[in-house]
Design a protein around this ligand. Structure first.
Ligand code: SF4
Length: 468
């Protein structure tokens, strides 16, 4: 489905390189392949071993990193970030990596995820004299590191990380080290790879393919990797960890060519579609998927049922960022500009339309109408995830609870609102079993079933229930 018009947005992607003469260029390509995770701002900070230098701005990777900007980024280590802003808001100052200079040296931070105890930490730090330069929750880590009483950087960072609650995949760079940390639940994906002797780290493995890196492994929950001239060492900052990778990464956010925790995203989506075919067998003529993220699930559904998969909807690839403005009128205009039905495929047919999720429902209604206007005799909507009933506190902008169509409506009420002939969601149990039949991996399912892997602090709840 189309993130910009659906109301479901990833907040960030991160990429880092250590020990390669083309560190900034590799980061550019890595960030470009992660652009789907955030389109509002991007930045790269490099280290030449003596100082940190950065370029950042509001816009796409190809817009910000001009030839002139790239020529300033020399050094053998780099970290980069693409951002979709929600918590903390947008604005140039919140574009990452954040870069801090002090007498004891410089520090650059790139963060994917959201902290849930940020307000209480900020309050505590401000009481102790910290002055914040941004409204981003990422800055809290810099202050905690600076204020830590430990003499060595790795201990300072571990001490600071142990105070954070929520979702975080961090890249932390000084003049002489790159550190990589993942929260104790491993909510966001983060993988390690190499190009010869150089190390690379990325939110998604699709970035490794683009820069010619070899995948080594995923970062473990509660792990701090330290990469410097002595090589790579792994330490732990949290002993008690429970894996809870965001299920929506598989359902919707990540690129189909990425692997998360050893599971290929396209294959995962196909499995969700196959499971849906067992839970929702429907008599129809064609199966179609809403491009792009629902196509894998639609293929899985078609394979399992034997009903032919057809391209019933096509996406106009040349509509730009102009349509990210979240006003209702532009959102609806965006649907028309971005998707078109293929009349020759759907006319006179009973169509099964597979989509990955329903957030507000307005987009689903428009697509159902579009297919019917193009001559479909019936439109059966099948969703390869359960109803999203709750907000996400960990870095996905799922809108406020009031905006979520499934928060207080039955499936039948939603079906009527979107005008479908039938509507079926995948069950929570079916979704987990499809991806992890042996129960090895742990998933966050908070937005589906309300069971969040971390405590949710009152100030966070207040923020989420006020927004929107
Ligand atoms: S609440 Fe939902 S979107 Fe947020 S991390 Fe958990 S599964 Fe992902």
């Amino acid at each position: 489905m189309l993130a910009e018009i659906k109301g479901l947005n990833e907040e960030c992607g991160i990429f880092g390189v250590w020990g390669h003469q083309d560190a900034a260029q590799l980061t550019y390509y890595g960030l470009h392949s992660l652009q789907h995770r955030g389109q509002e701002g991007t930045g790269i900070v490099v280290s030449d071993g003596k100082k940190l230098k950065g370029v950042k701005g509001e816009g796409l990777v190809t817009e910000i990193f001009t030839t002139e900007a790239m020529s300033q980024l020399t050094g053998s280590a780099a970290i980069g970030h693409v951002r979709y802003a929600t918590a903390g808001g947008g604005g140039y100052e919140n574009v990452q990596p954040l870069l801090f200079h002090s007498q004891s040296g410089s520090l650059a931070l790139a963060h994917n995820g959201n902290l849930v105890n940020v307000n209480s930490l900020k309050h505590q730090l401000e009481t102790q004299g910290s002055i914040f330069q941004t409204s981003s929750d990422t800055e809290v880590l810099a202050h905690l590191i600076r204020r830590s009483g430990f003499p060595y950087m790795n201990d300072k960072v571990k001490n600071a990380l142990s105070m954070l609650k929520g979702a975080y995949a961090y890249l932390i760079m000084t003049e002489t080290e790159l550190m990589v940390a993942l929260d104790p639940h491993g909510l966001r994906p983060l993988s390690l790879g190499c190009i010869g002797d150089a190390y690379v780290v990325a939110s998604e493995t699709c970035a490794f393919d683009v820069v010619g890196a070899e995948y080594i492994r995923d970062i473990m929950p509660g792990e701090l990797l330290i990469i410097n001239q002595n090589g790579l060492t792994s330490e732990r900052f949290a002993m008690s960890t429970t894996k809870a990778i965001c299920m929506m990464e598989y359902v919707y956010f990540s690129r189909p060519d990425s692997n998360i925790q050893g599971i290929n995203v396209h294959t995962a989506r196909k499995k969700l579609g196959k499971r849906l075919a067992i839970e929702a067998p429907i008599d129809a003529d064609v199966v179609t998927g809403v491009p792009d993220s629902s196509i894998s699930a639609a293929i899985g559904y078609a394979e399992a049922t034997g009903i032919p998969y057809e391209m019933g909807l096509i996406k106009n690839k040349y509509v730009g960022r102009t349509f990210i403005q979240p006003s209702q009128s532009l959102r609806e205009q965006g649907v028309k500009m971005k998707l078109s039905p293929v009349r020759g495929v759907v006319e006179g047919k009973r169509v099964i339309m597979v989509d990955d999720s329903i957030v507000r429902g307005t987009t689903s209604r428009r697509i159902v109408n579009m297919l019917k206007d193009a001559g479909a005799t019936e439109v059966h909507v099948v969703i390869s995830s359960p109803p999203i009933k709750n907000p996400c506190f960990y870095g996905i902008d799922t809108s406020s609870k009031e905006e979520l169509i499934a928060s207080d409506r039955s499936v039948e009420e939603i079906r009527q609102l979107i005008g479908a002939d039938s509507l079926t969601f995948l069950s929570v149990d079916g979704m987990v079993k499809a991806l992890d039949p042996e129960g090895i991996n742990g998933f966050c399912l908070g937005c589906f079933n309300g069971n969040y892997p971390t405590e949710i602090y009152p100030d966070t709840l207040q923020y989420y229930y006020q927004k929107g």
